[in-house]
Design a binder for this molecule. Structure first.
Ligand code: AMP
Length: 396
């Protein structure tokens, strides 16, 4: 796996695919700069070696050129974070860019305009990719969030660099962290899958059954398992058409020696609202008119014991409707358990979908070993897929 360490960037132009797809408010101000911060390590390492950086990214989902999606809006914030005034060019291909790249000196950063102003980016057009490839001596992919897309700047471009291509520090760390969970893990290994739907996680479950010793199934998707086993789940969310599959997953887990842990009690609400009336009851005895919205105290204690006996922990998906304060308790308790296990030496990885939002909201981001920056990309890796953006760097 080639990384920055394999190259000397002195007087070289690094063409870096970063993920600067940050949220902006009505005034086009950056409201969360995490992704820019995440790219800092790669950029500053290259500048320290007296190289220069040409940055490519997308922002949002524009249809052709739309000023509101201009990466020009983020230049000041990026300059502040990177500690260097970032130069900006209002296109990503063409003569203006060629000139700006030619004039770029060692120690400087040039940000190109939103790649998705051209539909060729998402289509992975070869000629567009080739044009982009002219803007650097070494291609660096540091955008995990788009590594599962075979777009021009994330994948197709790599074929124009025989050997001069590598992973940036962020992408390398993402790959290593997932590898540490799936392939090089210290046992016992635990996967915690929560969130709303079984259907969105089936392939993940099937792939990780071969890798883990313990599996916690929590959140909304646990009700499909409970109902499939004959429990009464009241008005809780359930995918009836996935009940057979749920039973099959439990069978597979048994055959593979994986211990499956499902909530035994729940906080049930009489309405899907923060101010609903609630009661804590056995998860198999939820009356009609009530729905399970969070893990109950016995479940939290059971999960705490499992988490604290494991050395490798993967967490994807909340244990309840954490967006509502009244139903965030189970997710927060789980975060505390993982925090504790991590302090005691476990490796903990959080990622995929909504988990990152939950972890940030409750202040656990610094307490776990690694928080993945890519939702969809992380889920696809957990499904056992090799992502096109990663494959493209590995291939010479
Ligand atoms: P996912 O994106 O699949 O990880 O699902 C996350 C969503 O699952 C969050 O928006 C949670 O509110 C939701 N969720 C978790 N537990 C439940 C539950 N018991 N009932 C309804 N939604 C839930």
């Amino acid at each position: 796996m080639k990384t920055l360490k394999d190259f000397n960037f002195k007087n070289k132009k690094a063409l870096i695919r970063v993920d600067f797809n940050v949220p902006l408010n009505d005034q086009f101000e950056v409201t969360d700069a995490t992704r820019i911060q995440a790219a800092k390590s790669t950029i500053t390492s290259i500048l320290a070696q007296e190289g220069s950086c040409v940055l490519m990214s997308h922002l949002g989902r524009p249809k052709g050129f739309q000023e509101e999606f201009s990466l020009g809006h983020i230049v000041n914030v990026a300059s502040e974070i990177l500690g260097v005034q970032v130069k900006f060019v209002s296109d990503c291909i063409g003569p203006k860019v060629e000139e700006a790249v030619a004039n770029l000196k060692a120690g400087e950063i040039l940000l190109l305009e939103n790649l998705r102003f051209y539909e060729e980016e998402k289509k992975g057009a070869i000629d567009f990719s080739e044009k982009l490839s002219k803007f650097g001596d070494i291609y660096v992919n540091d955008a995990f969030g788009t590594a599962h897309r075979a777009h021009a700047s994330t994948t197709i471009i790599a074929q124009f660099f025989q050997e001069e291509k590598c992973f940036g520090n962020l992408l390398a760390r993402e790959i290593e962290s997932i590898d540490k969970v799936l392939n090089n893990s210290e046992k016992p290994v635990l996967a915690i899958l929560g969130g709303a739907k079984v259907s969105s996680k089936i392939t993940v479950i099937e792939n990780i059954l071969d890798k883990v010793d313990h599996l916690i199934i929590g959140g909304g998707m646990s009700f499909t398992f409970i109902k499939a086993q004959g429990g009464q789940i009241g008005n809780s969310i359930c995918e009836d058409d996935k009940m057979e599959l749920a039973l099959d997953i439990l069978e597979q887990a048994k055959a593979k020696g994986v211990a499956v842990h499902i909530p035994v009690d729940v906080v049930a609400a009489d309405d899907f609202s923060n101010d609903a009336k609630t009661q804590t009851i056995d998860i198999t005895e939820i009356p009609n008119g009530w729905e399970g919205v969070d893990a109950g105290p016995k479940s939290r204690a059971n999960f705490d014991a499992v988490v604290n006996q494991c050395k490798t922990i993967l967490w994807n998906g909340p244990l309840g409707v954490f967006e509502m304060e009244s139903f965030a308790g189970g997710t927060i308790a789980l975060g505390n358990s993982i925090d504790n296990a991590t302090k005691n030496g476990a490796f903990s990885l959080v990622g995929g979908g909504d988990s990152v939002a939950a972890v940030k909201q409750f202040g656990f981001a610094d307490k776990v070993s690694y928080v993945s920056t890519g939702g969809g990309a992380m889920l696809e890796m957990l499904e056992g897929k090799t992502l096109p953006g990663i494959q493209a760097i590995l291939k010479s």
